[in-house]
Ligand binder design. Structure first.
Ligand code: G16
Length: 538
């Protein structure tokens, strides 16, 4: 039997850059998750009898909300739910399952790279039938509905056994517990030359993949060590834990410091890689060289033809606005389309569906392609492996040859995390108030607040980051993160293009030192945030 439960609306159920992310304690309030899930369904049409995919990154509270989502889906008339065993599905694997089984959509439970555990973060995201995050039209409708919701429908049924593969029913709705890895592994096998990568490992090539006790552990164990024959021990921290072992599952130079230190030491293997909480981000470090995500996007695009899945070439490259323009230079040389979108993978969906772009990427450690509609951490690692298997050069040699050929986009992102939201908003307002006077000072040639007109559906998105442009590819961008759960996180993105190979060996913090100082003096970072240094420098 289903029942209708009266409820009252919660404030602030507004999806951010990637779904609704809040503290676990917020989600644990009675009816909080129920309201949001019902608001999702109430904002959709035509799903009666259709398939819904449900999965999450295994963080604390994952299994409870999965059972709730199954019951609400049954009471709302879905015909079938596909759920990953153990309630697990990496975000890219969920995207693949939605596409492969022609599902109506999917609910992904994750707060990505944010910490987990009872005091950590939780999140709910809705993906549409193309496998990608819902566009703003839908997320806005969900938010509007969440403000006036008065009831939700839920089946009164026992919990599903999520740990056993197989079929059951909840009030006439079929529930299938599926292997979270199998379909994804097959997809990777179709895209990449697994024989070449296997031969690379056989030749003595060594890597370390840090799964950060998050979702990619089972995927990496099966694909890298199982199918590709990398030695046991290649994958570390490979068991997903509800609190990620107490760490931030964020593959950056602060939270994956152990991997970074190893890669800079004499014991470094040939490749170091990591992925985040829900498996869509990636970190790539060669022996002695960190590959920044913007460079990684450019390098993957320039070399993608070496992998069978991309042998025919790319139709276009898309990147988020704060991502460096390194990929634009590759697109230009290849003579293919190049697109600049706001931050958020959801903005790539239309370009991928319309076959305008093959590879997309973001400075926030996300790269992916038209194989799914999410960024894909393990995909990026496998493409790197495929390239290394064909070129048989070190990561450092490949990166430096790329810079020599295309020039180097010196790039860094400075994050001031969980600062006072009022101060951060004042900082942004202070910059906007000076739009008329900034050009002409400090070498600034133009200033704007990035806006995007989607070339496919014509929708417009405004207020996506303040850009101070200095000409010749030099710029400073200020943006407030849309993924944090307390206070505000200020991101400052700094970039300068250098064509001369003789000047490519600087530490980016040195190469960009004057711009970094200028960012503070123009925006008043210290004054508005009370912080002297960033929390994370990438
Ligand atoms: C999400 C989005 C990405 C975005 C990133 C950072 O990633 O999917 O598109 O670049 O957040 O966003 P922000 O700068 O607003 O914090 P993830 O991995 O957290 O889902």
């Amino acid at each position: 039997m289903s029942k209708v439960v009266p409820t009252t609306a919660f404030e602030g159920q507004k999806p951010g850059t990637s779904g609704l992310r809040k503290k676990v304690t917020v989600f644990q309030q009675p009816n909080y998750a129920e309201n949001f899930i019902q608001s999702i369904f109430d904002s959709l049409e035509g799903f009666a009898g259709q398939t819904l995919v449900i999965g999450g990154d295994g963080r604390f509270y994952n299994s409870q909300v999965i059972q709730t989502a199954i019951r609400i889906a049954a009471a709302n008339g879905f015909g079938r739910v596909l759920v990953g065993r153990g309630g697990l599905l990496s975000t890219p694997a969920a995207s693949n399952v939605i596409r492969q089984y022609k599902a109506f959509g999917g609910i992904i439970l994750s707060a990505s790279h944010n910490p987990g555990g009872p005091d950590g973060d939780f999140g709910i995201k809705y993906n549409i039938s193309n496998g990608g995050p819902a566009p703003e039209k839908i997320t806005n409708a969900i938010f509007e509905h969440s403000k006036k919701i008065t009831q939700y429908r839920i089946a009164e049924a026992a919990d599903i056994d999520l740990n056993t593969l197989g079929k059951s029913t909840v009030e006439g709705m079929a529930v299938e517990v599926i292997d979270p890895v199998a379909d994804y592994a097959k997809l990777m096998q179709r895209l990449f030359d697994f024989d070449a990568i296997r031969a690379l490992f056989q030749s003595g090539f060594r890597m370390r993949f840090d799964a950060m006790h998050a979702i990619t552990g089972p995927y990496a164990h099966e694909i890298l060590e199982g199918i590709l024959g990398a030695p046991a021990g290649t994958v570390v921290n490979g068991t997903p834990l509800p609190d990620f072992g107490g760490h931030h599952p964020d593959p950056n130079l602060v939270h994956a410091k152990e991997l970074y230190d190893l890669m800079m030491s004499p014991q470094a293997p040939d490749l170091g890689a990591a992925s985040d909480g829900d498996g869509d981000r990636n970190l790539i470090i060669g022996r002695n060289i960190f590959v920044n995500p913007s460079d990684s996007l450019a390098l993957l695009a320039a070399n993608a033809h070496l992998a069978p899945g991309y042998a025919k070439g790319l139709v276009g490259i898309a990147r988020s606005m704060p991502t460096s323009a390194a990929a634009d230079r590759v697109a230009q040389r290849l003579g293919i389309g190049c697109y600049e979108t706001p931050t958020g993978w959801k903005f790539f969906g239309n370009l991928l569906d319309a076959d305008k772009a093959t590879i997309c990427g973001e400075e926030s450690a996300g790269t992916g392609s038209n194989h799914v509609r999410e960024k894909d951490g393990l995909w990026a690692v496998l493409l790197w492996l495929n390239i290394l298997a064909v070129r048989r050069e070190s990561v450092e040699t490949i990166v430096k040859a790329h810079w020599a050929s295309y020039g180097r986009n010196y790039y860094s992102r400075h994050d001031y995390e969980e600062v006072d939201a009022d101060g951060a908003n004042l900082l942004m307002k202070g910059l906007r108030d000076r739009f008329a006077t900034l050009p002409g000072s400090h070498g600034i040639v133009a200033v704007d607040d990035f806006a995007y007109d989607d070339p496919i559906d014509g929708s417009r998105t405004e207020g996506q980051g303040i850009r101070l442009m200095f000409g010749e590819g030099t710029r400073i961008v200020f943006r407030l993160s849309g993924t944090g759960t307390s206070g505000a996180t200020l991101r400052v993105y700094i970039e300068r293009y250098e064509a001369d190979p003789a000047k490519h060996d600087l530490d980016p913090q040195v190469a960009l030192a004057d711009l970094i100082a200028l960012a503070d003096s123009i925006a008043g970072i210290k004054q508005h945030t009370g912080r002297v240094t960033p929390d994370v420098i990438t």
